[in-house]
Design a binder for this molecule. Structure first.
Ligand SMILES: Nc1ncnc2c1ncn2[C@@H]1O[C@H](COP(=O)(O)OP(=O)(O)OP(=O)(O)O)[C@@H](O)[C@H]1O
Ligand SMILES: [Mg+2]
Length: 279
């Protein structure tokens, strides 16, 4: 049985990274800094870690350049990556010539190449292409278990063994669908519903309305995990931020579910981190 590891150290790192992204503050790197790029459906996030894999800088921008795991706005993607990279460079006082990029697991070779080429067009050599759940696992310092990534466009369910993706399912239910449901329930526009969804002061008005969407995500995970012995489940991605999300998943899956602090920033942080030794 997989031992339950303490997430104290990874969570301190994730919390620090979230702070760096939100404030623009940078820490002094030890050794050479490494850059990671996460092209998501709702957000593009860049992460910088040092030789000790500690976060030292980050940046993000709202994005519409990726849909269904495919880059749909090439110019928008490259200019956002160029700008975010220039920004962390000037704050850190260094120049990046290479980066790691993440991809949704299971996308085609052609689509993978497009993710690579976005970094290339922004002037960066790609040193590693990391599956998103593998990046999340690095940030959480785990190599085995199930990573459920509830993003804006999709819910991704991946089983990891020895730090590699063994099985991955990605289905089109995410935060976008929660926003649509809220917009319909309150007869408001999409942008107003998106803001309402993330406003802690409106939480009581939101939780009941989005609960069926969370249940649907949990049932996607249940179907993906059927017949698999994965005792530990980790919940990441911005749409797992709701306070009731771990309970909804744990009830449906019949196993403990751990959601780290700042779930939106787990995968982006892990992209820049070094591949752990598996000995
Ligand atoms: N505090 C919050 N409460 C609820 N939802 C949130 C919160 N913060 C962010 N979100 C939602 O999380 C989603 C973005 O999460 P994330 O950045 O993980 O997605 P993404 O990586 O861009 O999408 P995908 O993985 O589907 O490509 C959006 O739907 C956003 O509304
Ligand atoms: Mg994502």
């Amino acid at each position: 049985m997989t031992p339950i590891r303490s997430l104290d150290a990874p969570e301190a790192s994730i919390r620090r990274f979230a702070h760096l992204v939100r404030t623009g503050v940078v820490d002094e790197p030890v050794g050479t800094a490494r850059l990671g790029i996460d092209l998501g459906t709702a957000n593009i996030v860049v992460s910088v870690v040092d030789d000790l894999d500690r976060p030292v800088a980050g940046g993000w921008v709202h994005s519409t350049v990726v849909r269904d795991g495919v880059v749909v706005d090439w110019a928008g993607a490259t200019s956002a990556v160029r700008k975010l990279t220039a920004d962390v460079q000037s704050r850190l006082g260094c120049t990046f010539t290479c980066a790691s990029v993440s991809i949704p697991p299971g996308i085609s070779e052609g689509d993978t190449k497009v993710f690579r080429n976005v970094a290339g067009a922004a002037g960066l050599d790609v040193t590693e292409v990391v599956d998103e759940p593998v990046a999340a696992a690095r940030a959480l310092d785990i190599t085995d278990g199930c990573v459920i990534d509830v993003g804006h466009g999709t819910t991704g369910v991946s089983i990891l063994r020895g730090g590699e993706v063994e099985l991955s399912v990605d289905e089109a239910t995410g935060g976008h669908h929660m926003t649509l449901v809220l917009a319909g329930a309150y007869r408001i526009g999409y942008d107003a519903a998106e803001a309402m969804k993330k406003n802690p002061a409106r939480r009581d008005d939101v939780l009941g309305v989005i609960r069926p969407t969370l249940e649907k995500m949990a049932s996607i995970a249940e179907a993906a995990l059927a017949g698999h012995d994965t005792p530990m489940v980790y919940l990441v991605g911005g749409s797992s931020s709701f306070p009731n999300a771990p309970d909804v998943f744990a009830t449906r899956l019949g196993r403990p579910v751990v959601r780290p602090v700042e779930p939106l920033f787990v995968t982006p942080l892990g992209i820049a981190m070094r591949e752990p030794d598996h000995d």
